[in-house]
Design a protein around this ligand. Structure first.
Ligand code: COA
Length: 195
């Protein structure tokens, strides 16, 4: 573990995978969390980083999340490194149509490419279908975001559509890919996997 490692309190663990655990966000996460949105490398292929983020704004957002009945956002903790590496959420939860949209950021660049993003998606999807009784989970990403696209595809999401030139970046407009995952496809996928 690095010198900045935290202890993962067993009592805080909400969802457990092989590489990551997901737990509630706390005020102690704010300093790392808010700074990710000021890191141009992290926000390079997502719709953030246009205005500076502040600790106060992140604090307000955490308060909003605590009250919200249409968002579930959790901290992603690396088990190996014992520290916060990102956040994942299901947002815009529609309790009538039983849908929600996933957002994901592995803000710690040292933690990219270790399978954390994919596993966090898998844990959130399982929770969304098994415990929140969602029917469908969606996600969107910029066409240039290869890592995000691959992570969602590995977790089982399928491309449903393309919103043409939906986002501007310095080098031009980018399409947005819209992905979806139906509960019945998630269930049959589980049955296909070897025991
Ligand atoms: C995109 C992101 C979520 C991916 O998470 P991650 O933990 O690094 O991804 P994983 O390690 O689970 O990798 C999943 C797959 O994507 C591939 N991948 C990851 N980053 C990649 C990149 N930058 N380019 C191409 N492929 C990439 C991996 O190789 C892996 O595929 P493989 O198993 O076939 O080799 C993470 O890099 C991130 O948060 N980036 C910054 C913020 C962001 O873009 N968030 C998403 C907004 S939609």
């Amino acid at each position: 573990m690095g010198s900045d490692s935290e202890i993962i309190q067993a009592e805080d663990v909400f969802l457990t995978g092989g590489r990551v655990v997901l737990r509630s966000l706390t005020p102690g996460d704010l300093t790392a969390w808010y700074a990710w949105f000021n890191d141009g490398e992290v926000t390079g292929a997502m719709n953030k980083g246009i205005f500076p983020n502040t600790l106060e704004a992140q604090c307000d957002y955490l308060r909003h999340l605590m009250e919200s009945k249409t968002d579930l956002q959790l901290a992603i903790m690396s088990k190996e490194e014992g520290r916060l590496v990102g956040v994942i959420g299901i947002h815009k939860i529609d309790w009538l149509h039983r849908r929600g949209d996933i957002s994901l950021i592995i803000g710690d660049r040292q933690a990219w490419g270790k399978g954390y993003g994919t596993e966090a998606i898998e844990l959130m999807v399982k929770h969304g279908f098994e415990r929140m009784n969602l029917h469908k989970i969606t996600a969107g990403m910029w066409s240039s975001n290869e890592g995000s696209r691959r992570s969602f595809e590995k977790a089982g999401f399928v491309l449903e559509g393309t919103l043409k030139e939906n986002y501007f970046r310095g080098d031009g407009y980018q399409d947005e890919y819209r992905y979806g995952f139906l509960r019945r496809d998630w269930e049959s996928r589980g049955r296909e996997e070897p025991a």
